[in-house]
Each structure stands twice: as C-alpha cells, then as structure tokens.
Design a protein around this ligand. Structure first.
Ligand SMILES: O=C1O[C@H]([C@@H](O)CO)C(O)=C1O
Length: 510
C-alpha cells in the first residue's frame, strides 16, 4: 500500500482559502475514493483539513499526481510518482542510471484570473504559456542558447544554484540511462529531442511497449514515457536537450537543458545548435510517432468484442453565450455531492439521472465545419457501465467554433488502462472497426485525438467506482470537456467518511 498525504494547509490571512484534491495515475483498484477527483470520487479537502490517500500500488511505472479541483494543476500542484519493480523482479530492459523529467508549462497570469477569464462572456482565452518547465524550472527573457538565436535575446547567466537554473543531466560515457518523462502541462503538447542522440521508447503510461527508436518524442499532457539513452557520443562535449511546443502555434521558447558528459565541465555550453522541434503543425510527424507505439510482446490483449460502443463528439460550443467544450452536445458541470457517495447511497436527486447519449447525430453532423447551431447545454448526467463488460469509446474530433480550426486533445481515463485500437481521419464509420488493432494495441491511460480525426479505445469495466474521463488540457476540462463513467458502485466497500463530508452525503455514516 502507498499513501501520500495532502500537504497540510494552514491558511494564513494573505493566503486565499481554497480546497484541493489530489489524483494520481495509479488504478486504485478497490479504493475508488482515493482517486482524488473532487465532486466525482471525493469531497474537496478544505483548508486546514487532511485527507490521506491510501491505495495499492499494483505495478511499477512512471506516474505523477496532481490537484484535481478547479485548475490547481496549472497553479503548480503536481509531482512525480515513480513505482519501482517489486523486490526480486526485473524490468524487461537494462539501464545503468535514471533521470526523472516532469514537464509543465507556466503562465505569468495567476490561475484564478485565468479561471475567471475562461468563465467570462465575452470569453478571454489564456493564450500560450510564457515558459516550458523541466522539473519546475524554466527560463524567461533569456536563452541559454542565445548565441544560436537570430532574435536579440540575452544569454542567461547562471551560477547553478538559482531556482530557475535548469537541472543538468550528468552522465558517464558508454552507459545506458533511463529517462522517465511525464507531462503535467496545462495546455502545451511537447516534443523532446537530445542533440546527437537517439532514444529507445520502452514504457508508456506505466505499461511496457515494444521498444522502438526515435530522434525525438512527442508527449501530451497526462502521458508518461520511459526512453533509454545510450551515452555513445564524444565525451569531451555537452549536448542540448530541447523541448518545444507542438500542435498549437508556439509563442513559447523551447525549454533547454544540458546532457553533461563526465569529465567535461557542466558549464561548457554545447557548440552546436539545440535540436529544433518539428514544425508545430507537422501532424504527420506526430501521427507517425503515436502510431509506432505497440504493446510489448506478451502483454495483456483486449477482449475480441465489445459489449457497448460510446461515440463521443468533441465540440467547442456556446452555452447561454459562454464559450465551452461539449461532448455529444453536453458541457460537463460537476455536482456539489460527489457521485461516488450519492450513487452508493441512492441519492437520486444529487445529479441528473438521465444518461448522456452514446452517440451524436453522426449522419448529419459535418465535423469539418463550424456547427450550424453552436449551442449546447450544461449537464451532470453519467454513463453507467455494466460491471465487467467491455466498452469501446470512439473519440470523434471536429471543427471548433472558428473556421478551419480543430485542435489536439489528450483524453485521460481514471481507474483503468485502455487499449488504443486505432486512429483515423475524418468521421468514424462502422466499417473502421475492421481495421482495429486487436493483436498488440498499447495499454495506456491517456490517448490523443488529432485534428479532424478519431481515436478508438477499449476497456473492461472491472474497477468498481466512478471515474472521470476527460481532456487533460486544464482549461478545456474547466470548460466542460469531460464525461463520467460509473461501474459496479454497489460493490464498493466502506467509503472513508472524509471522502463524503460534503453536500448530501455530509451526514452519511456507512
Ligand atoms: O478552448 C480554446 O479557446 C481558444 C480559442 O478556440 C478561442 O479563443 C483555444 O485556442 C482553445 O483551445
């Protein structure tokens, strides 16, 4: 069992009072109240309160945890969670050392103001981040690689102990290093490259994958990878590691750090230019990477058939004039009593008992153009899944409100891994099912939909609880881009009181 405790919050007069909840990317089999989703699996933790997350860590991998109340992840409430293999067990690959890189993005505008802007009419978008951070460290208004830049940006000056100085990766020649890379970004899709080095991808979202070699790696918010890096280059030099933005026109400089070979001094800057991220809209590059990910031979295979298919159309819409994201024309608003408690206690008036639809009007909806009618409505109804059945979810992308705009959305499922059965262009059709990969689809907990495309996932509803499934872009979730699945809730054991201490379950003892 592992447990981590919410940081004790002692409200000081100048600190705004704010609740939190923490989620992590572990499955939480049998302890759905430890999933950390406020209004879904638990009540938010109020200032001064403590909530202990106790759950079974059932397999090794690269994970992270973060706040799941409002946009707290954007405000910096996140951290890594690395699970080592159990004693006596071995990873299916060898390495001599490891580094952990948790990536994020950073705005100068505070998150409260961002939330207000996003919830205003007229809508004010948060724009692109000012910096990309590596392990919470990033630069602004200076570049470590200034001498390679055409712009008149100044050279960053570091002694090495400043908070914003990059964490340098110190390596020895002719070794193999495991880089654990996870993305907690609020918005940015990223690409990472190491000058002069290739990487071998071996793990995705805590699952082993069939190893494959890349020059650079795309990573979307919510995802994690492990790559192996062989330090086989000239040891008298150092090498740039650069991270740039994908999928949105970048207005954010690449994040940089250095791969420092022993015995070269870490302060010796690399002599060649940092790797340049592929053009932001080179989607073919991203698709080629994403489609090269397969499960390691011998991994768990998906069931051959599904019991239910849910098609989820992703649209940017208007509700009463406010800009929102909607799924099958419903923009998710969470109830004040968390679903887990209200379903367990049969409190039928805690949320809308009507399920959202399993499909959209796929015959008539033109995914390539702005909707003829952009209006949708708020809702907090959920998808109730029969326990132990197999569900296919097809995420269907579409044009946003503006013409010729369709964005990337990384969708993250709580409480499960899913198999990624396929990606396609345009509208999903029944016959696309014939092309699903049932042989070696990767098991993941986050999968991306590309502009104007679809992504098909399969999971088995074998984890009693109530689980969020949402776009991992923080402002998009805030704008309603998510759905909720419930399965086998009557099988859930005794829910700790702290998870129920609000709304209509506030006085429940179970
Ligand atoms: O949700 C979003 O809103 C803006 C834009 O569509 C409207 O300003 C944007 O880029 C998003 O991802």
């Amino acid at each position: 069992m592992a447990s981590f405790q919410a940081p004790p919050s002692e409200p000081k007069p100048e600190t705004p009072l704010s609740s939190i909840s923490l989620t992590s990317f572990i499955l939480k089999l049998g302890t759905p109240w430890a999933d950390g989703t406020a209004s879904i699996s638990q009540c938010a933790i109020n200032p001064g309160e403590t909530f202990v997350y106790r759950f079974k860590v059932d397999r090794p991998g690269t994970y992270f945890y973060h706040g799941h109340y409002g946009m707290q992840r954007s405000a910096g409430l996140y951290g890594s969670l690395i699970v080592d293999v159990a004693d006596g067990e071995k990873e299916p690959f060898h390495y001599d050392g490891e580094f952990n890189l948790l990536l994020s993005d950073w705005w100068h505008q505070n998150v409260h103001d961002q939330e207000v802007s996003l919830s205003s009419n007229p809508f004010r978008w948060i724009g692109e981040p000012q910096s990309i951070l590596i392990n919470g460290r990033g630069q602004f208004n200076c570049s470590m690689a200034a001498k390679f830049s055409n712009a008149t940006v100044s050279q960053c000056k570091f002694r090495g102990n400043e908070q914003c100085a990059p964490q340098i990766l110190h390596v020895r020649p002719n070794k193999i290093y495991r880089l654990r890379i996870a993305s907690s970004t609020a918005l940015a899709s990223l690409n990472l490259a190491i000058a002069g080095h290739k990487m071998v991808v071996v793990e995705a979202d805590g699952n082993y994958v069939q190893p494959f070699e890349v020059n650079d790696l795309d990573i979307y918010s919510g995802e994690s990878y492990s790559v192996l890096l062989r330090t086989d280059q000239i040891p008298s030099k150092n090498y740039w590691i650069s991270i740039g933005v994908r999928g949105r026109e970048p207005k954010t400089p690449q994040a940089l750090t250095i791969l420092n070979y022993f015995p070269t001094s870490a302060s010796k800057l690399p002599t060649s230019q940092p790797p340049i991220t592929p053009p932001w809209n080179d989607y073919n590059h991203s698709k080629a990477f994403t489609k090269s990910i397969f499960a390691l031979m011998g991994s768990l295979k998906p069931p051959k058939n599904h019991d239910r298919r849910i098609i989820l159309l992703n649209t940017q819409t208007k509700v009463n004039g406010f800009t929102k994201w909607s799924i099958n024309n419903i923009s998710l608003t969470l109830p004040s009593t968390p679903y887990l408690g209200s379903i367990k206690f049969g409190l039928n008036h805690a949320f809308d008992q009507k399920s959202p639809p399993d499909n959209y009007d796929s015959k008539n909806y033109d995914i390539f153009n702005p909707a003829l009618n952009p209006n949708s409505s708020y809702g907090n109804g959920i998808y109730t899944i029969n326990f132990n059945t197999t569900v296919d979810v097809v995420l269907q992308n579409a044009n946003a409100l503006a013409k010729d705009v369709s964005e990337i959305h990384p969708w993250h499922l709580h409480g499960h891994d899913f198999w990624v059965l396929g990606y396609g262009e345009g509208k999903f059709r029944d016959e696309d099912e014939k092309k699903f990969n049932l042989k070696n689809p990767p098991l993941r907990n986050t999968a991306v939909i590309f502009p104007y495309g679809w992504t098909a996932l399969r999971f088995v509803a074998d984890n009693p609880g109530v689980w969020a499934f949402h776009c991992h872009i923080e402002p998009h979730l805030h704008m309603g881009m998510g759905v909720v699945f419930a399965e086998g809730v009557h099988r859930v054991g005794q829910i700790p009181k702290a998870a129920l201490a609000c709304g209509l379950t506030g006085n429940k003892q179970n």
